[in-house]
Ligand binder design. Structure first.
Ligand SMILES: O=P(O)(O)OC[C@@H](O)[C@@H](O)c1c[nH]c2ccccc12
Length: 277
């Protein structure tokens, strides 16, 4: 009798969602930077309309004791599937502005969120609010691209970046007078984000690797944000009670997307959140 064969294979690791998104993003940026070289993208960024002050708008809301609502415009997401259809960014931007939102966030990632630069351009043109480009920033080229399409602020996801990358992207954003929202999901990421210059610390209640959401993430982390920084509670916020919960933890600024995008009356739903305190 032959000895039984034991086949040892490498442990199978399934790539998490963030890793898959980033792999697509590096590919996308590589291709786009061939079509439009960095120097040309920088020229377009520096020729764009003056940026609106995203960070000051949120600081002002906090100083006034208001909710600082960053209202998000997105058609779809990996966790929610198709969220809103038909989807009209300009109308949504106007609805949010009339509800008293402080800023907008617009998804521009196509493969995972069905976003587009045109959504951001249309939303920004329809209101006077500062606009965050919600995408996965990994390369300076994208920061110039963000400014060229009109964005006033970029998102830096600490889980997706080395310290050196984050600093480089922040420096470029600052040179373009753009704001930076540094996003964290745990204490270690927060400590890294606090090494950046930006005052805006986004605490994502959603784990981008597993897509699980828990408001406890903000409750745990917001108390550790130093007084000279502004915590922004992100993801999974649905009701005025949730807003009060985030405010009680120290986060009066919130980033809300899906729960608003699923409402027939976006203005009414957003103003309920704005008036929760
Ligand atoms: O739709 P929600 O659960 O209200 O979440 C909004 C926003 O926080 C979420 O879109 C988000 C936060 N960080 C991100 C990073 C990438 C993509 C999306 C996000």
């Amino acid at each position: 009798m032959n000895a039984p064969h034991i086949i040892l294979s490498e442990p199978q690791t399934v790539p998490d969602t963030l890793s898959r998104i980033l792999a697509d993003k590096y590919e996308e940026v590589r291709a786009r930077a061939v079509a439009t070289p960095l120097a040309e993208m920088e020229r377009q960024a520096r020729a764009a309309q003056a940026p609106r002050d995203f960070v000051t708008a949120l600081c002002q809301a906090v100083a006034d004791g208001r909710v600082g609502l960053i209202a998000e415009i997105k058609r779809a997401s990996p966790s929610g599937g198709l969220i809103r259809d038909p989807f009209e960014p300009a109308i949504l931007a106007d609805d949010y502005a009339r509800a008293g939102a402080t800023c907008l966030s617009v998804l521009t990632d196509a493969p995972w969120f069905q976003g587009h630069a045109d959504h951001l351009k249309a939303a920004r043109a329809a209101c006077a609010l500062p606009v965050l480009r919600k995408d996965f920033m990994v390369h300076p080229w994208q920061v110039f691209e963000a400014r060229a399409m009109g964005a006033d602020c970029i998102l830096l996801i600490m889980a997706a970046l080395s310290d050196q990358q984050a600093e480089e992207l922040e420096d470029i954003a600052r040179s373009l007078d753009m704001g930076v929202l540094a996003e964290v999901h745990d204490r270690a990421e927060m400590d890294r984000a606090l090494g950046l210059q930006t005052r805006l610390i986004g605490i994502n209640n959603r784990n981008l690797k597993t897509l699980q959401t828990s408001l406890e993430t903000s409750e745990e982390l917001a108390p550790h944000v130093p007084a000279d920084r502004i915590p922004v509670a992100e993801s999974g916020i649905r009701t005025p009670d949730d807003v009060r919960r985030m405010a009680a933890a120290g986060a009066r600024c919130i980033l809300v997307g899906e729960s608003l995008m699923r409402q027939a009356d976006v203005t009414a739903a957003a103003s309920e959140l704005v008036q929760a305190l």
